[in-house]
Design a protein around this ligand. Structure first.
Ligand code: BGC
Ligand code: NOJ
Length: 814
């Protein structure tokens, strides 16, 4: 069953039914001011940091999930009837409803008793505000006298505190109202120099800023007393719950259309110029007023929307493909790239599954996310890399996450995840291959942000690599620390206390438990840093890295192989994890996919045996399961992984993040059919027809699909902010379609299904547009290239002469 359809031409997903199984959301904003918006206008906004600069309020674990929102009410002043054009919160049955989620904007349109309302929500580029452009049309045969009410609830900035510290918060709320603009200035009197504002393009029939005055006692958002009455009370909030509501009266002749703009924004003043006059407590509005005036103008709003469209045209235009598979095209050209930008902006902080109060930006996550967005925003990727590296510790280790506002590592989820440092190498390598900007390696970057500790970025990579060599276990494999990629494989945790964090509890000294996954990651990162060293002319150093890599491969062959697949780990008792000897958890996906991806076992049959084992034991129609058999009980020595009921999350869920590792592994073995088949199984667009099973948005990946051990097999959870976005993008574009940036040029090495006659692609790489045409002439993966009509040795298209902007590449597969 579907709840809408893809409009690929406009790059939109169009939801035609408001009661989707879960809120189907979109993101507004792409630089500093952000919002989440659901298909019924639920969601919230924030400036840079979802926790510390929350502009509007969201209620956690509410029913429905997506309350508060950006709610508009319409009222027919002749009949006194009122409704929500976004369906929520009044839920009147609408004559027509569509929600178009597009690139950085959402348009919710509906019709009720002949009144059409369409609201376009977006954040203009380079501005810290969101626009709601409401278009009202009267399709009745008679004049309509309408009232339109806007409403938002201000959050008292720190979203965590806002949701908990009521004894203080109910007494601190403050607002100002000037020229119909509502200014939210809670805590501005003391240490804040920022405030929020909510403005409207029309003169007002009234406003409210105190929630209770608007809603009325004992009421919720579905029947605000002020809307029912048709008149706001000009309330001025002192304490309690400051909100913003405007009331505009609109008279529409039959067929007439009118537009009204609401503006919600964030603004900062210099510390010394907070007040106007300076000795008052009144917010200085001198610099914000011109911004407000500008974006309340229709022409300016239209121009801003057009600029936003062009921005996305530019980003998405960097890689466009035309393959025989519509789901591949749609995800690569539109939605997967778009999701990669969301993971860049949000990391794992704010979605309907990430509360925006819990997690900062993950070190591992943000480095991996680079794989999906570096080609679109290389300059911002550079900045991100330097920020991440500045949180690295002098040991080479890393805080597991950092706060975007302060850019400091935070200890909430601790450190000692022994895989973390290697992702920096992998992220930097991806950046270098995409951009050729070797200067980044010379950038001075501190350790743990400590002034005076600055060393070239390159040294950070060296320390990342060394980190593992300093922490080898009894089998010569890397010690796991708190966990590796699988945050839930907590082999040193041994927690028996309810509520204790699996991520920060350590009851063992960590000298025994080893990770075969980190071993494989070390091999990959080692090859990358060796390549980088070689390009820097450090041949001996490169050779040293490769010698360590060879030793690690040897350790994997001796102690990390179980006969038909790669082992997963050794626990604190030195016992195998992920072996046929185990009662449960005999085979894991991570080491199969990642080892082969890293090139391990390609020459000795282990790689293909591992892939056969995946196909036999882990692959399902809904995707590849993380491990089998699922853990049926809690294992003290394994930790969080066994805390989940079978089939969910890391306990035998289909973890979409690591499915692409297997896809890439299969391409390394030349299995294009199988790689693409795995790709299609979790491709959200391909799963659209089973939306009632999948339940999450059909246009973006979710972190997890419940595995076959779960009663809700096939149900997705935790959409949007997941490494799944980057890894799938990377797997399909660089390995399956085979458009692969290298240090020496753009490599074209597709490993696609045998049935494909070919594919076309346009890829802008280092300022040059490559028009790629792949034609299949045989069933294999051998590539023959012609560049601008001239035969070219190998599969790498070298950079053209300076000044050449377009290159035609003909690739033949035989
Ligand atoms: C989740 C993991 C996540 C970890 C760290 C766990 O509860 O299952 O997917 O990585 O928390 O936040
Ligand atoms: C989600 C985390 O964000 C990611 O870093 C981790 O690798 C996976 N969970 C698996 O545990």
């Amino acid at each position: 069953m579907k709840y809408g359809y893809f409009d690929d031409e406009n790059r939109e997903y169009v939801i035609t039914q408001p009661d989707t199984p879960l809120p189907w959301i979109n993101y507004l904003g792409c630089q500093a001011y952000f919002g989440i918006i659901s298909n019924t206008a639920g969601g919230y906004s924030f400036y840079r940091d979802a926790r510390l600069r929350r502009v509007t309020r969201y209620r956690y674990n509410n029913a429905p999930y997506d309350f508060g929102g950006r709610y508009i009410y319409l009222r027919d002043d002749d009949s006194s009837e009122f409704w929500s054009p976004s369906w929520q919160p009044t839920r009147q049955v609408l004559e027509r409803y569509t929600c178009r989620h597009g690139m950085g904007y959402t348009v919710i349109g509906s019709r009720y008793h002949g009144i059409e309302a369409q609201t376009n929500y977006f954040v203009p580029l380079d501005q810290d505000l969101e626009i709601w452009r409401v278009t009202l049309t009267n399709r009745r045969s008679a004049r309509a006298s309408l009232s339109i009410f806007s409403s938002i609830e201000f959050c008292l900035w720190d979203a965590q505190d806002d949701a908990t510290n009521f004894q203080r918060n109910f007494s601190i709320g403050e607002v100002e109202i000037e020229d119909g603009v509502i200014y939210h200035k809670t805590e501005y009197r003391e240490r804040r120099n920022h405030f929020a504002y909510f403005a409207c393009s029309r003169s007002l029939a009234g406003f409210d800023t105190q929630r209770e005055a608007f809603l009325g006692p004992c009421r919720g958002w579905d029947r605000p007393v002020a809307v029912e009455r048709g008149q706001l009370s000009n309330s001025v909030a002192h304490g309690w719950a400051p909100m913003g509501a405007h009331h505009v009266k609109v008279a529409l002749e039959p067929g007439e259309t009118q537009q009204i703009i609401f503006l919600l924004g964030y603004h900062e003043n210099p510390q010394a110029q907070k007040f106007d006059p300076p000795d008052s407590q009144t917010v200085n509005k001198q610099t914000v007023k011109p911004v407000i005036a500008r974006y309340l103008g229709l022409a300016e709003v239209d121009a801003a929307f057009e600029k936003l469209r062009q921005y996305w045209d530019g980003l998405l235009g960097i890689c466009q493909v035309a393959t025989p598979d519509v789901h591949t095209n749609r995800m690569v050209n539109i939605w997967n790239a778009y999701q990669c930008m969301a993971t860049f902006n949000m990391s794992r902080s704010a979605s309907f599954y990430e509360s925006g109060i819990g997690r900062g930006l993950g070190f591992r996550d943000s480095n991996q996310d680079l794989l999906g967005f570096v080609h679109m925003v290389p300059a911002r990727a550079r900045e991100r890399i330097l920020d991440l590296a500045a949180t690295q510790l002098a040991t080479g280790g890393a805080y597991h996450q950092y706060q975007p506002l302060t850019k400091r590592g935070n200890n909430d989820v601790g450190g000692n995840f022994n895989d973390d440092p290697h992702w920096l190498i992998i992220g930097v390598a991806a950046y270098l291959k995409e951009t050729g900007d070797w200067s980044i390696l010379d950038e001075p970057v501190p350790y743990d942000n400590a002034p005076g500790s600055e060393r070239p970025l390159y040294e950070h990579l060296q320390r990342s690599f060394q980190y593992t060599l300093d922490r080898l276990g009894p089998h010569g494999l890397p010690l796991i620390g708190r966990a590796d990629w699988n945050d839930c494989l907590n082999l040193n945790c041994f927690s028996d206390t309810p509520g204790q964090s699996f991520q920060t509890t350590t009851n063992k000294d960590g000298k025994i438990a080893e990770s075969v996954f980190i071993a494989a990651l070390f091999v990959l990162a080692g090859r990358e840093i060796a390549d980088i060293a070689r390009h820097k002319g450090r041949k001996e150093e490169a050779a040293r890295y490769l010698a360590e890599v060879a030793k690690m491969e040897d350790a994997i062959r001796k102690h990390g192989w179980d006969g038909e697949w790669f082992l997963r780990a050794y626990d604190d008792f030195g016992r195998k994890v992920g072996s046929k000897e185990c009662a449960e958890g005999k085979i894991f996906i991570e080491t199969q996919g990642f080892s082969v991806l890293a090139g391990i076992g390609l020459d000795d049959g282990r790689a293909s045996a591992a892939m056969e084992s995946v196909a036999k034991h882990l692959a399902t129609p809904h995707g590849i399961i993380l491990q089998q058999p699922a853990y049926s009980k809690y294992y003290l020595e394994l930790g969080e992984i066994s805390s989940y009921p079978p089939g969910y999350k890391e306990n035998a869920g289909i973890f979409c993040h690591n499915n692409p590792w297997v896809m890439i592994a299969d391409t390394r073995l030349g299995n294009g059919d199988r790689a693409h088949d795995y790709y299609a199984r979790i491709n959200p667009s391909a799963r659209e027809p089973i939306s009632e099973v999948h339940r999450c948005e059909p246009y973006v990946y979710a972190q997890m699909i419940a595995g076959r051990d779960a009663p809700t097999y096939g149900e997705a959870k935790n959409s949007w902010l997941t490494g799944t976005a980057a890894w799938n993008y990377y797997a399909i574009t660089q390995w399956i379609l085979g458009i692969h940036p290298t240090y020496d040029g753009l490599e074209i090495r597709p490993v696609v299904p045998k049935g494909w006659r070919g594919l076309k692609a346009t890829r802008i790489f280092r300022g040059v547009t490559y028009h790629i045409n792949v034609t299949r002439q045989g069933e294999g993966n051998r590539v023959t290239l012609r560049v601008n009509g001239v035969p070219q040795e190998g599969a790498v298209v070298p950079a053209p002469a300076v000044g050449v902007r377009e290159v035609a590449v003909e690739a033949t597969l035989t």
